[in-house]
Every structure is written in C-alpha cells, then in structure tokens.
Design a binder for this molecule. Sequence first.
Ligand code: NAP
Length: 260
Amino acid sequence: MPPPNGYSTAMESERLLLVTGGSRGIGAATALRAAAHGYFVCVNSRRSFEAAASVVDGIRDRGGDGIPVQADVGREKDVTRLFNAIDALPGNLVGVVNNAGTLAPAARLENMNSDRWNSILTTNLIGTMYCTREGIRRMSRRFGGIGGAIVNVSSAASRTGSPNEYVDYAASKGAIDSLTIGVAREVAQDGIRVNAVRPGFIRTAIHAEGGDPLRVERLEGALPMGRGGEPDEVAAAILWLLSDDASYVTGSFIDMAGGL
Ligand code: NAP
C-alpha cells in the first residue's frame, strides 16, 4: 500500500520509528527530536490526518522525513492499518514510542462511569499492548527483525495514584509500568529493549482535555523544582532510551516530574 499524499521518500537503510499520538504535545516533540536524530518518523494521530501531517511538514522543514498516519491505537483494525503503512516503507522498524494517551475530567472513583474507564483503558493500556505486539513482531530477532527499542509513556500518576482526580488514568499507567517490566524481560534476548518515562505536570493540551487547562500553572509551585516541564524535556529522555547510549537499559523508568 503506498504511503498517503506523497509521503514516500524513505530509503532501504532508513531507521523507522513510530510515535503514537504524535500530533501534538510530548509526541510531537518526540517526533521532531527523533527526526533530528536521523529517524524516519511515522507520526500517528487519532482524530485528524492533517494534525499529524503538519508535524511531518515541520520535520521536513528541518531536513528530516516521515509519514503521517491517522489511526486510533485502541482499535485493532486501525493498528493493523498503521503497521501496514510502516511495512510499505523501505527500511527497518527500530523503535516504537507508545505515547498516545487520554484522560477524563477530574472526579472521585464513586462518580466515574464505565464509558470513561473503557475509553481510558482502551487507549492507554490496550493501545500500548497492540502497538507493542506489532512492534515486537517486526523488530524481534526471533522473527527476523534487526532489534530495536520500545519506550512507553507512563506517568508520575502511576506512583501517586492521582486521588480525587484521575485514579482510572493512574491505574492505566500503573498497568503500563507492569507491562514495561514484563515485556522487557520477555524480549530481552530478542534484541529489543523496553523502557518507560514517567512525566508529570508537562505543559500540553492534555490538561484541557481533563477540564483543567491551567493545571500545571496552578500546581507547579508545589513541586520541588517549582516549575512544570516542557514536552521537549520528556522527548530528550525518550530519545536517550531509544538510542544505543542506553544499550544496557531495559525494564527501567525515568521519572520526570520536577522532583515529585
Ligand atoms: P496531548 O497533548 O493531549 O497529546 C495526546 C496525543 O495522543 C494526541 O496526539 C492525541 O491525538 C493522541 N491520542 C489520544 N488518544 C489516541 C488514540 N486512541 N489513538 C491515537 N492517538 C491518540 O497529551 P500529552 O500531554 O502530550 O500526552 C502524551 C502522553 O504523555 C500521554 O500518554 C499522557 O498520558 C502522558 N503524560 C502526560 C503528562 C502531562 O503532564 N502532559 C504527564 C504524564 C504523562 P488526537 O488529538 O488526534 O486525539
């Protein structure tokens, strides 16, 4: 299947990287930084192809390259289509950044309903599992791949539990932590490293999605470092975990929450 809209300039030697939820925030910063490190980046977004395409345009403006792919990581058929688009590219998939994530407005558990739980767990946990599975099938030396790295974007919430706000979101991230450890050990001898970053209070649109657009500004003063974080600070850690500089690191976490 040809990549859409003329985004098809990858070469045989290309190192392909998938960034889910790459249309904005931490994912977009990661995609841009990855392109600067020489990766050909598959930029995924859920709602609009155009949002992912504008990130790819930004990559191209800086001399890199990539393709945009619209897909909901919580839908298995979409994930199949997403990886089919990657399979159609020359080069080798060498990395997956499971960044796509969502939350819902702050609430106590007794006031939550199953719709929000299904939405949060389907994107954050099941989506991560779909993309991890497909990444392993392509990168594992067990299946003829050349090895690679997976970085999961967890959250400081997995450690704090986010009481009175987002315990469902926190639980989905706790599950990602367990998944990171288990899969890392499962594929450790197959040439794949699996790690996670655990950001907290990063300036992105996710807080507006949770009904609290000024959340970082409201709470950053209480953090040990006294400030929120920037998406590119998280992207730097993700790129390090993807790189050969982290060659002996697997099943590990980088906490990035200003000392929280
Ligand atoms: P963001 O700005 O809201 O970006 C979220 C991205 O994920 C968007 O590109 C969104 O695309 C995509 N997405 C959501 N659901 C998706 C799905 N089902 N399939 C594919 N893409 C999907 O949020 P962010 O802050 O950068 O968050 C990135 C990751 O960091 C998330 O996993 C989040 O939980 C984690 N995190 C963030 C913070 C923080 O303070 N910002 C702290 C801890 C952890 P659409 O717009 O198309 O839906």
